[in-house]
Write a protein that binds this ligand. Sequence first.
Ligand code: ASP
Length: 308
Amino acid sequence: MKKTSLCIHGGAGVITRGSLSPELEKEYRRGLEDAMTCGLKILSSGGNAIDAVEAAVVSLEDNPLFNAGKGSVLTHEGVCEMDAALMDGSTGKAGSVAGVTTIKNPVRLARLVMERSAHVMLAGKGAEEFARTNGAEEMPADYFLTELRKQQWEKMKNSDSVSLDHDGNKKFGTVGAVALDTNGNLAAATSTGGMTNKRWGRIGDSPVIGAGTFADHVVAISCTGHGEFFIRHVVAHEISALMRMRNMTLADAAGLLVDTVLKNAGGEGGLIAVDHDGNIALPFNTPGMYRAWTDASGNIRTGVYRES
Ligand code: ASP
């Protein structure tokens, strides 16, 4: 069987040793392992990269610890507005949704947009109407709310500031997955609640194809961090362009974007990527990033801090 690869992330930010209790750290690592298991099951039975990334992201969306699906951060108005996207590198097709408030798994809706509509990106009420006619599962608003997110919002709702920080911890909780399947197909998926106290229908990089999510025949990428910077620098597509047109390795291209381009611009965050040979890169310019991958012997590895 040809080489397969799967990497996932659960957000980057100021996550330092001591900022998480040992119990909470264990829970995060368990959440990452569960999501890896969902994706790996598909890849090891010969399934498609697109199914693997969707399954891994659904698992993270259902886990209230991560800022996507259940557990998403709250807007200025106190609701969850979620964004998600996925892209199939083998077909070049993509689907994306922005500002949805009732969809249990926004990444599944993004998949439906990709497969059952003539469009790439649907937003807000229109996306929810499309969800209803295409059988995507919906949930009442309180399903998405968690006590932690309410507390974070209470602290910020009377201010004008918009924050990517979680509870004073600079932590970007977006989730994502990238995969290479046994047939050589690459795929990427990303899902997020965005920023606490966001308003005016703010949309980040995650659902913007080429910025926070991208896959082609060369590489698949999912980003996390301060979305505006990832949009301005079209980060995910730029990595592919550097590899295709400048013959850069994945490690060099991803490192250039995260450690030089974004860093110089003041854009905090990180990304996960896998190339057509199964090489992976997980660079971040923040103190930590929740992440998981498989090592050379196929074992699941998780990392939280810079030194894992
Ligand atoms: N990139 C996301 C956004 O700007 C946030 C995150 O990664 O946590 O919406």
